[in-house]
Design a protein around this ligand. Structure first.
Ligand SMILES: NC(=O)C1=CN([C@@H]2O[C@H](COP(=O)(O)OP(=O)(O)OC[C@H]3O[C@@H](n4cnc5c(N)ncnc54)[C@H](O)[C@@H]3O)[C@@H](O)[C@H]2O)C=CC1
Ligand SMILES: O=C(O)CCC(=O)C(=O)O
Length: 332
């Protein structure tokens, strides 16, 4: 039997965590043989609700779940963790942009960066889900200087899954037959969903998406906008933000990080920019990556059209602005 690993989920009494905890405890993220100790962090007023979540986890009788630690103390929550899902943060309401959440949420990620630095394993893999996810991840990493910067990532996998689903629907093929749709930049309405390097199997034949679709107008307009605005569309319909799909995406992101990507497959993750593709450094920007041995690597040398260049520059500029606002809010 493998040794259990400790995994923390913050915002554990919230709606994303309610779906995510099930996915993790069932073994879908770290594998069917990996025992787990789940650490659940929320704020003091939510401890009663969290107690109910702990009861339900027990009632699920998950064979892999060895222990649950529920707490409002960051130092307890982050102790010896190997994986951290930072979900806890205020969600957007109708009519808000995600960056409107900076003032409310960025301070949480400073405190949690410090707690990770002090308590977590030095190879902890951190996924920031709470919005604005990219900038929160940047701030979190800045306050955890003893943990490598590459261990801090932001979630754009939901956008990738949305994009892949939309391309598959347009082509009339199963979603699993579409690969390598890329999300560049910020998890915001400036993100660039890019299907120009993606491919699909159509009647058993591998084709590039632009070739299979033969509809550049759709790819450059309707598709881009509908992925950019999908989060808002869900809020308008549900009056609450995406939760089940966000939990699924968080599980996908961490599963690929721990278990790797398939040969030739790329997935999108917000990672600290190293200047690839002319993106400024010191912002957390979503790039296509491949992952082996728990280490991600940006896919190099993809062709960037003039249109793509403009889209990359726009979303990078927004991230530089968010960084400046965030640093001002936390007084750095
Ligand atoms: N990156 C992405 O693709 C997505 C990001 N999100 C974001 O995820 C975040 C969480 O969304 P939901 O679960 O729907 O919200 P929710 O409001 O249902 O749950 C958030 C939970 O976080 C807790 N919390 C607040 N401050 C905390 C702190 N300092 N430490 C620990 N817990 C704290 C709250 O008490 C609450 O239980 C939001 O910021 C939302 O915008 C949501 C969907 C997709
Ligand atoms: O759009 C929002 O702010 C809600 C959650 C989210 O980030 C999303 O659904 O993409």
């Amino acid at each position: 039997m493998m040794e259990p690993i400790r995994v923390v989920v913050t915002g554990a009494a919230g709606q994303i965590a309610y779906s995510l905890l099930y996915i993790i405890a069932k073994g879908d993220v770290f594998g069917p043989d990996q025992p787990l100790i789940l650490h659940l962090l929320d704020i003091p007023p939510m401890m009663g609700v969290l107690e109910g979540v702990v009861m339900e986890l027990a009632d699920c009788a998950f064979p892999l779940l060895k222990e649950v630690v529920a707490t409002a103390e960051p130092d307890v929550a982050f102790k010896d963790v190997s994986s951290a899902f930072l979900v806890g943060a205020m969600p957007r309401k109708q009519g808000m942009e995600r960056r409107d959440l900076l003032a409310a949420n960025v301070k949480i990620f400073k405190v949690q960066g410090e707690a990770l630095d002090k308590n977590a394993k030095k190879d902890v893999k951190v996924l920031v889900v709470g919005n604005p996810a990219n900038t929160n991840a940047l701030i979190c990493s800045k306050y955890a200087p003893s943990i490598p910067k590459q261990n801090f990532t932001a979630m754009t996998r939901l956008d990738q899954n949305r994009a892949q689903a939309q391309v598959a629907a347009k082509l009339g093929v199963p979603v699993a037959d579409v690969s390598n749709v890329i999300i560049w930049g910020n998890h915001s309405s400036t993100q660039f969903p890019d299907a120009s390097h993606a491919f699909a199997y159509v009647n058993g034949v591998k084709k590039s998406i632009p070739e299979a679709l033969k509809d550049d107008m759709w790819l450059g307009n309707t598709f881009v906008e509908s992925v950019q605005k999908r989060g808002a569309a869900v809020i308008n319909a549900r009056k609450m933000s995406s939760a089940m799909s966000a939990a699924k995406a968080a599980g996908d992101h961490m599963r690929n990080w721990f278990q790797g990507t398939e040969v030739g497959q790329f997935v999108s993750m917000g990672v600290l920019s190293d200047g690839s593709y002319g993106v400024p450094k010191d912002i957390v920007f979503s790039f296509p990556v491949e992952i082996q041995n728990k280490t991600w690597k940006i896919i190099p040398n993809l062709a960037i059209s003039d249109f793509a260049r403009k889209m990359l520059d726009t979303t990078a500029k927004e991230l530089e602005e968010e960084r400046a606002e965030a640093l001002e809010i936390i007084g750095a």
